[in-house]
Write a protein that binds this ligand. Structure first.
Ligand code: COA
Ligand code: AMP
Length: 633
């Protein structure tokens, strides 16, 4: 491949079969593909590498051990929160994974069965994911910050046969007992798993249910290693549930072949990493970034990955990222802008940065939310390396737009995640589906076909898949992000077009929060909007209208609504503010004017909608917001 971004991107659009066919040579296949990409007249969506057989775990572990990487560290586990560090070589990781795959097989888990993984950032989580991949089972990792009811939805929808969980997660100042949450979730779920494998952590011993629960460490002692099962390139590797526009999350399905090809390509060309080097994604395995860039991409590529159980600040201080970069000779770090805002808040002069040797560090990557230019510039000045913003979604599994550390770093324009990744034929459409002029805002869309790794369906919900992403603009994938592309081809992602908000890089649905608040007995109606937050980018606030005749103190009801969200969605929602108001502003047709409320809270000017029913209500909302510390003018 020629080493210019323009050339690579043009080739990927003009001749996707050659581009991805060549990229796929880096992967080990048990059987070659019949076609790189389904022909144009085939069923929707067109699939990559049909006919091929392979195994993701084989590519991530066995292949490297066979080629002499056995003694190289695969995972550096660094947990300042438990004061633990461990290095696991590829040979050790293969041994543990093969044995755990044997445990899962003994429990009856076979190809195509689902397993839920409810675990913190510990190496056993990677072992569990890879073990599922090894036997062709489909894993679904659930982030630890979700409540039992969210876990229950995922158990039920996936129909998981086995659940793999740790006894606890650890947050600063508190132990999060997973087992009671898990038991509660199984009780709520109509579908019951056959077995739960529990990893007892020394910080908390979970009580076990006889016959159903199995102790991980005991099972591993007697386990027989399992071999890799050959699966189709089209078979699902995992389901990852993400917020949709209703309380029912979307089960994003990732396939096997295209996923490996795209991730492998990205390690070299986007992240500029060589096999054997250390790469660190400071995210959580429960998110897509954790799936792709803590576990799969670095291991497929033969790099060493860092599994970090801690926070950017407070574990113990804002220097922890620099300590890890120094200790493991990290070449590239991938994290969310929020993490950098937190570090900057605690160490504005970057004094801690100067106490570590970061001479081996080459590039910082940010994603998950819009990178504000201020944060990027601060990071550039402090670290003296390129800071690359890149844009992606759970649905895609890798970048939609990025800069290319392994090809050429294109000049950076602050506020832009630079240019489309290979295979992404991006454009901006107006409401009528027409391409707009450069610089004009509209719906960011991608001309089909989507590149490898993009989701082929939503689990149990193919109609929702078609309706949510491909119906408004036929022939395009609707990203649900609004933005523009400038005259130089730089992409700018400005806001979501749906009710999704981004809180500390975590994707949350305000619609789902509204469903929860509406279930409160005293609430007649409500609206949740995401307002600007200096640290987390956005944070949710709720407006509540009480049912007629309710005369309990407002503070009481507000507190109950905050607790209800924590109980039903989880602490990760970071929902701390509910405000009782007399009425919600609406259009004459009854549509709640959430955008206007958000702008008032953020003290932004806005155009009074011509269709507003009663403008006075917005003044009432402003008063209520001022009392709650927002709308400062
Ligand atoms: N298990 C259980 N609870 C969790 C959790 C987990 N895995 N992760 C977060 N939580 C809880 C937190 O304890 C907190 O609870 P609290 O309300 O009782 O304090 C709540 O969820 C919100 O957590 P968080 O978003 O982490 O906010 P914070 O105020 O604790 O920390 C930052 C602020 C900036 C340090 C933190 O948000 C951060 O590290 N951000 C980087 C985000 C990131 O890496 N995103 C990945 C996308 S690439
Ligand atoms: P998730 O599916 O959790 O990865 O969230 C995806 C959403 O996060 C996108 O649709 C965007 O709204 C937002 N996002 C991710 N990366 C960026 C970025 N670099 N710039 C702006 N928004 C981003």
């Amino acid at each position: 491949m020629s080493q210019s971004y323009d050339h690579l991107h043009a080739q990927s659009i003009e001749d996707p079969e050659s581009f991805w066919g060549e990229a796929a040579e880096a992967i080990g296949w048990f059987k070659p593909w019949d076609t790189v990409l389904d022909p144009e007249n085939s069923a929707f969506p067109r699939r990559w590498f049909r006919g091929a057989e392979t195994n993701t775990c084989f590519n991530a572990l066995d292949r490297h051990v066979a080629s002499g990487r056995g003694e190289q560290v695969a995972i550096y586990y660094d947990s300042p929160i438990t004061d633990t560090r461990r290095s696991i070589t590829y040979a050790e990781l293969l041994d543990q994974t093969a044995r755990f795959a044997g445990v899962l097989q003994e429990l009856g888990l076979t190809k195509g069965d689902r397993a839920i993984i409810y675990m913190p950032n510990i190496p056993e989580t990677a072992v569990a994911m890879l073990a599922c991949a090894r036997i062709g089972a489909i894993h679904s990792v659930v982030f630890g910050g979700f409540a039992a009811s969210e876990l229950a939805v995922r158990i039920e929808d996936s129909g998981a046969k086995v659940i793999i969980a740790a006894s606890c997660g650890i947050e600063p100042g508190r132990i999060v007992e997973y087992k009671p949450l898990l038991d509660g979730a199984i009780e709520i779920s109509k579908h019951k798993p056959d077995h739960c494998v529990i990893i007892q952590r020394e910080q908390s011993q979970a009580s076990m249910i006889d016959g159903r629960d199995i102790d991980y460490h005991s099972a591993m002692q007697t386990a027989k290693p399992a071999d890799c099962v050959s699966v189709s390139a089209l078979d699902p590797l995992y389901i990852l549930y993400t917020s949709g526009t209703t309380g029912q999350p979307k089960g994003v399905v990732r396939d096997t072949g295209g996923h490996m090809v795209a991730l492998y390509w990205s390690m070299k060309h986007i992240y500029g990493i060589e096999p054997g080097e250390t790469y660190w994604a400071a995210s959580d395995v429960g998110w897509v970034v954790g799936h792709s860039y803590i576990v799969y991409a670095p291991l497929l590529y033969g790099a060493s990955t860092v599994m970090f159980e801690g926070k950017p600040v407070g574990t113990p201080d804002a220097g922890v990222f620099w300590r890890i970069i120094q200790d493991y000779d990290v070449k590239a770090l991938f994290t969310a802008p929020t993490a950098f805002r937190a570090i900057r808040r605690d160490d504005p002069q970057g004094k801690l940065i100067k106490t570590y040797d970061l001479s081996g560090f080459r590039t910082l990557f940010l994603a998950g939310e819009r990178s504000d230019p201020d944060t990027i510039q601060w990071a550039e000045e402090q670290l003296d390396v390129p800071v690359i913003d890149h844009w992606w979604q759970t649905e895609t599994g890798w970048s939609i737009a990025a800069n290319y550390a392994g090809v050429e770093i294109l000049p950076i324009k602050y506020g832009s995640p630079t240019k489309p990744a290979p295979g992404w034929n991006l454009c901006v459409l107006d409401e009528g589906g027409h391409e707009v002029e450069p610089g004009q805002i509209g719906a960011l869309c991608a001309k089909l076909p989507l590149p490898p790794s993009s989701f082929p369906t939503l689990w149990n919900a193919h109609d929702r898949y078609l309706k949510a992403y491909f119906t408004v603009f036929p022939g395009y994938y609707e990203t649900a992000d609004a933005g523009f592309i400038d005259e130089d081809g730089y992409v700018f992602v400005m806001a979501r077009t749906d009710d999704i908000i981004n809180v500390a890089g975590h994707r949350l649905s305000t619609g789902a929060m509204e469903e929860v608040i509406a279930s409160h007995q005293d609430v007649a109606e409500c609206a949740v909007v995401g307002v600007a937050d200096e640290l987390k980018g956005q944070s949710p606030i709720g407006f509540i209208v009480l049912s007629a005749g309710v005369n309990r103190p407002h503070e009481e009801i507000q507190t109950e609504c905050v607790q209800l969200i924590r109980k039903n969605i989880g602490p990760v929602a970071a929902f701390k503010t509910a405000i009782v108001v007399e009425r919600l502003p609406k259009t004459r047709s009854g549509k709640v004017l959430r955008g206007a409320m958000q702008k008032i809270a953020d003290s932004q000017t806005f155009k009074m909608p011509a269709t507003i029913d009663d403008p006075i209500i917005l003044e009432e909302i402003e008063e209520a917001l001022k009392l709650a510390g927002y709308a400062k003018g």
